[in-house]
Design a protein around this ligand. Sequence first.
Ligand SMILES: *Cc1c(COP(=O)(O)O)cnc(C)c1O
Length: 423
Amino acid sequence: MSTIKERDRQVIWHPYTAMKAWPEAIAIVKGEGVYLIDENDNWYIDAISSWWVNLHGHAHPYLAQRVSEQIALLEHCMFAGFTHEPAVRLAERLLEILPEGLKKVFYSDNGSTAVEVAIKMALQYWTNKGIKKNKLLALQNAYHGDTFGAMAVSGRSVFTEAFTDFLFEVDFIPFPDKQDSSYSLATLERLLQNGDVAAFIVEPLVQGSAGMQMYDADTLELYFSLCRKYGTLIIADEVMTGFGRTGPLFACDYIHTHPDIICLSKGLTGGAMPMGVTATTQDIFDAFYDDDKLKMLYHGHSYTANPTICAAALASLDLLLQDSCTENRKRIIKAHAAFAASISNHPAVADIRQMGTIIAIEIATETPSYHNSLRDVMYRFFLSKKIIMRPLGNIIYILPPYCISDEELDYIYRSITELLGSL
Ligand SMILES: *Cc1c(COP(=O)(O)O)cnc(C)c1O
């Protein structure tokens, strides 16, 4: 009998993988808490929450129970002309905890589709109102997903290289300088002044894929208030930052100006199942509320608001809103801060930054790119330590499930310190 790993090589094409250079995939057979367990019974710490999705640990018994109850009752039904309790309940509960002003929930399948829906809502909002605003603005090096619209509002990079000619034009604002965000803000204001900007889309406080690049809440507040001032819609892409990653439930909770549209996915279901949410204001909803059928939103997916996935999201919210989860996040934030202080002067560390439960360490190197060879060395180093990390070029980061223990965190910190010593 061949192993799962061997059979995989015959039939599978993996995401974001140079299949020639990186043919081997570790076959995971089981999850438990922060651990993923492979076919040879190796226990790996999932230090990056399986691509930023997992909140409460793997194979959580409470999620499993709620999902199995729902799937036995109603696994799925179409969502045009029909509705169900899990979808309605989830929307009610999300709107209770989301930033003020968001009143309607549109469901889709993942982070990219949540962004596609947001872009469509924003562009058609102005068309429906008969106002000509058709430009989109985004932040330099942004990542908003892999579908075409989401790619268009993402920074042009190796990710989009093969498709550049097919992407619609978007203006990019420079990433705010650490000491002084005035150039970034001035550029935004200059573009907004043209009066033709439909929306500004942004990852609030942390740009994940760009390498956990962080900027402060004051700058975010200024971005948003400039958009308000010039009548441009604000799209907050909280696909990664949502559900507690930055400390509070949403990164937008750090500021007072609220987005017009928010995109959610990843942690929405606690990392158990795929789902996207695009939540918006009454004002935007009303622009589509019309006798004229041309004004409705022509968008939907076969599995929109799948009840089983809604049940996973509801169960994850139950866990997320417990005091113990808040305490866990505070504990992680404190531990990260202490670790950051302990290595900040290390010669191999070019930069260290933290936002809530996310900590990123930029390794000093001559060639800081996504395809840095150091990246593979570090990836393999952590695997040898039974830690799952996926460095973004020369940047390593921890973005853990909230159930991670102090001992497990400490083990990761010690492994990082050992890596730094070996560089
Ligand atoms: C991951 C991510 C997306 C895309 O989500 P998918 O579910 O992978 O399509 C969009 N925006 C941000 C900020 C993300 O981190």
